[in-house]
Design a binder for this molecule. Sequence first.
Ligand SMILES: [Zn+2]
Length: 441
Amino acid sequence: MRQEQHGTTGRRGTGTASTGPTGAGAVLAGYPEAADKASLRRTNLSVMLRHLRENGAQSRTHLAAATGLPKATVSVLVADLIERGLVREGAPDRAGAVGRPHRMVELDGRWICGVGAEIGPDHITVLALDLRGTVVHEDRRALDVPTLTPQAALREVADQVADCLSAVADLGMHAIGVTLVTQGSVDTASGTVAVATNFGWRDVRAVHELRARLGRHAPPVLVENDAESGALAEYLAAPSADVRELVYVTGGIGVGGASISGGKLIRGSEIGHMRLDRLDRPCACGRTGCWEVAVGLQAFLDAAAAPSDRVHDLSVDLADRLDDLLGRADAGEPRTLAALAALADDLALGLGILVDVLNPPRIVLGGYFAVFGRYLVNAAQRALDDRRITPAPGRVLVTASTLGLSNAARGGAHLALEGIFQDPSDVPVRPEPADEHAWSH
Ligand SMILES: [Zn+2]
């Protein structure tokens, strides 16, 4: 497999290829100038496959209209993708058809999956997606990561990934890549976690460690930041042609953010460390007054429950503890509701700055913020509406992620699959469509 696909969702949005009149250009514009016949074919296969991912099943006529390619070329490209097991023919398109109905073409790739392995402060989530974005394996295990050495924590990740690889192999699927998703700043090129303050990690060669433990026959391993992976998952989960720009803000022990603009992932924002804590409390990063000290999970748990309360018990999975608190809020428990109201205020403070700087049409709240979406979204929306300077159009819409706590792992699995969308010709033609073991490197 080519390795340069690593972490570069931005390729969806940088380039020159014309993509026709459908408005899909923002997403499909990410292709290099085709220098020769082979690369032109590669580019066109990629355009087709991405268009099917973004827009769902299409007839060849629609594909031709949407991509600006001649219909004869589209038919040849579709035949090629079918041979590689990446698309299949679906139901006939009868809408508005005159004469013989066209057969719809849709993504297939049920035999291929990408794996995302998210390591958080208190859990590891490993999730596999097939090419259509369907979850084929999901496994979340509690782990107190800050108490372990990086090597010990990555050993746990490797064990869980190995279990996943064997589970998908049992399903007759081929895992094409693994993305390790972690907090903090990562160097995707060298596969290093530069700093993850909440784990106490510095310059951890995470990809190297994971590869060594998974063995030579494991698929390629990448590393990506959790907010960036989460933003990608939100983007790809959005209804087609609905969301092309968004800011994603995820809440956990740390607070991370990433944005997608013009179909391009914007990396590297340290929004959790904007100086916004009204109490100027110390932060794990060494500074004081960081936003994540105010809106991070620990501050919320401290505000919502006494120290002896079971919601502080790290041996209980976070999802269960949050569910417990959500139940209390729904039952009208005053301390939980007060904590949520304070959280909404502090959240709106930082979101207001993001809106001033980035002016996104949409903000998606992820992580534990999404769990309490019904208590946070409307309050944040009101606060952002109130502080608008002019009633001009372009109001930001606040929503909560619907992907749950596994959304960063899901984004990692999407990233692992990205190489196929970049270059479908990398996938060998399958000798027998039913042969699940046709893949060879
Ligand atoms: Zn900080």
